[in-house]
Design a protein around this ligand. Structure first.
Ligand code: DX5
Ligand code: ZN
Length: 216
């Protein structure tokens, strides 16, 4: 089955981002996943709009930007300007999620909503028609290289049932601890986009590791 593969640049060498982006341009990767963290919503700080803009200057694939920040609605225009194609906010960080998703679409990006491991899938029923993508976190967000949380399979299946009922075009993306061992099962549960950081960037050859994923 076909799915989007979104390598997470969080595991890349930040000193050589241009080189990594160019390598990914020549790979079978579909999107570039960019993790924006503010040190408040999650216990880590990564990068912001200027770096996203610098990545965009070299990228030939859509930018899949994952905001792990409080008050993400303040930055919608800024990330559009920086070059985001998909902008995903966390349900737990939004007081007015419906409004925020609509604003992301109005700004001309695909709107994503992400759920932390503890957040029930049921809440999606009220916003699913306003989302282009649901990002199921399969680790607690903040860091790359963590262990996959097993109940994520069940959450993907629940989300896939809601997709069938309310929004057949919805993309279900999984993020955290994804590797060649669990990827097939994630897709079988209903995921059609996978983020992978450590599993790809720790391999001896990034391009051939991406090819292995795409041949699952
Ligand atoms: C974690 C980030 C992920 C992370 C995934 O908070 O949202 O995108 O980079 O990395 P791996 O695949 O190493 O778990
Ligand atoms: Zn992410």
């Amino acid at each position: 089955m076909d799915f989007y593969l979104s390598p997470s640049l969080l595991s890349a060498d930040f000193g050589n981002l241009q080189h990594t982006v160019e390598t990914l341009n020549g790979s079978e990767a579909d999107w570039l996943h960019i993790d924006v963290m503010d040190g408040v919503f999650v216990p880590n700080i990564t990068i912001g709009q200027p770096v996203v803009k610098a990545i965009k200057a070299h990228a030939q694939k859509p930018l899949d930007v994952h905001l792990m920040i409080v008050n993400p609605e303040r930055y919608i225009a800024g990330f559009k300007e920086a070059g985001a194609d998909i902008l995903t906010v966390h349900e737990e960080a939004c007081h007015h999620l419906n409004r925020t998703l609509c604003q992301i679409r109005e700004a001309g990006m695909k709107a994503g909503v992400s759920l932390n491991p503890h957040t029930p899938v049921d809440m999606l029923e009220n916003v699913i028609e306003y989302a282009d993508l649901v990002l199921i976190m399969s680790v607690n967000p903040g860091f790359g290289g963590q262990k996959f949380i097993e109940n994520s399979y069940r959450k993907i299946e629940q989300t896939a049932r809601l997709r069938q009922k309310y929004n057949p075009d919805l993309i279900i993306e999984v993020d955290g601890g994804v590797n060649l061992e669990n990827a097939r099962r994630l897709i079988d549960c209903g995921a059609n986009a996978l983020v992978a950081g450590n599993a790809l960037f720790s391999a001896p050859d990034l391009v051939s590791e991406i090819a292995k994923f795409k041949r699952l």
